[in-house]
Design a protein around this ligand. Structure first.
Ligand SMILES: C[S@@+](CC[C@H](N)C(=O)[O-])C[C@H]1O[C@@H](n2cnc3c(N)ncnc32)[C@H](O)[C@@H]1O
Length: 325
């Protein structure tokens, strides 16, 4: 990637850029979906790599991010065939139809939220900054907010959400503490919720913990509010038939549930037959559709982690569409 693209500092530093280029192999004239455009860091790299020649459909559900990405990318590549649309990536088929595309040479998802979203107190994603308990990536609609979940869901349901999406061992205690607090007054801000979660942590555990006690609870609420696992599953369910032969699929995840989903999906698609192992001959007739390019997830180098700490938990998996036989 050019130094110009590298030094183009933006509110979000993209992760694993060189590896994305290595696996996506963008070429001039190729058509690429960036399903999580964010601030356009990866798309800028794809354009730089192809001297502005790649065609890109960039989606994001966050209007603030899209506006900034649009300005940045159009300024740098005024003649590029770049389509920026506000949409969820699980709706990529409709968005492709809207720009007249019927195949993809590559698709990229860089999951989770951007540094800009975390660092904007009014979005309510951060347990370090006070703000409304919102956590919606798309603030335009009437979607569920974290405040509605925290103040209205049953303690049992809250515990399930915090355990499932946050993998928080103290989920039950935290849910009960939330319930006790909200019986007195609604929990309306991020720092109010932080105090409640902290109060559920025994002091010895708090002292030993590597992360802030609210890390897992905030992550769980964010994933639930934005249906992040449902979005990923919906995308995977439909994407393969839209990939051209040899088309690439690159997914960067930051959560073990997401990474597991991608790993199992790739393994499933790479298998020729889905019949039970003891069945003597194949009845399912399933054909493999993908070749896995990353045996293990690709992670950031220690050098990248030092300059971009967000890359610490990034896991990249890539696969390639098999040519029909
Ligand atoms: C990690 S950031 C992507 C950063 C981007 N690759 C860059 O270089 O700037 C993730 C982005 O994906 C968006 N996002 C997350 N889930 C989404 C979904 N289901 N549909 C569309 N956008 C989504 C978020 O709003 C956020 O802007």
């Amino acid at each position: 990637m050019s130094n110009e693209a590298r030094s183009d500092r933006f509110p979000h530093e993209p992760v694993l850029v060189d590896r994305v280029l290595e696996y996506l192999r963008p070429r001039p004239g190729g058509r690429y979906l960036d399903g999580t455009l964010g601030f356009g860091g990866h798309t800028a790299a794809l354009l730089a790599e192809t001297k502005g020649g790649a065609e890109i459909l960039g989606l994001d559900r966050d209007r603030e991010a899209l506006e900034q990405a649009r300005v940045r990318l159009i300024r740098a590549w005024p003649n590029a065939r770049l389509f920026v649309r506000k949409a969820r990536f699980s709706h990529f088929v409709e968005e492709m139809a809207g720009v007249g595309w019927d195949f993809l040479d590559g698709a990229l998802l860089d999951l989770g939220i951007s540094s800009h979203q975390v660092n904007s107190p009014h979005r309510g994603f951060s347990f370090l900054r006070d703000g409304p308990l919102d956590m919606r990536m798309d603030q335009d609609g009437a979607g569920l907010t974290a405040s509605e979940v925290v103040n209205a869901y049953s303690p049992k349901e809250l515990a399930r959400i915090i355990a499932q999406f946050g993998e928080e061992p103290l989920a039950g205690r935290i849910a009960r503490r939330i319930d006790q607090t909200r019986r007195q007054h609604p929990i309306e801000t991020t720092l109010e919720l932080v105090r409640v979660v902290e109060s559920a942590y025994p002091p010895t555990r708090r002292a030993r913990a590597r992360n802030h006690p609210a890390t897992r609870t905030f992550q769980a609420l964010r994933m639930f509010v934005n249906d992040e696992i449902g979005e990923l599953a919906g995308f995977l369910e439909h994407v393969v038939p839209w990939l051209a032969p040899e088309g690439r699929l690159v997914i960067i995840s930051f959560h073990s549930l997401e990474d597991r989903l991608v790993k199992h999906f790739f393994q499933d698609q790479a298998k020729r037959c889905h019949c039970p192992p003891r069945q003597p001959f194949c009845l399912c007739g399933h054909q493999a559709t993908l070749r896995i390019l990353t045996k293990k997830p690709v992670i950031a180098s220690s050098r990248e982690v030092a300059v971009n700490p967000r890359s610490r938990s990034a896991k990249l998996r890539a696969a390639c569409r098999l040519v029909e036989v």
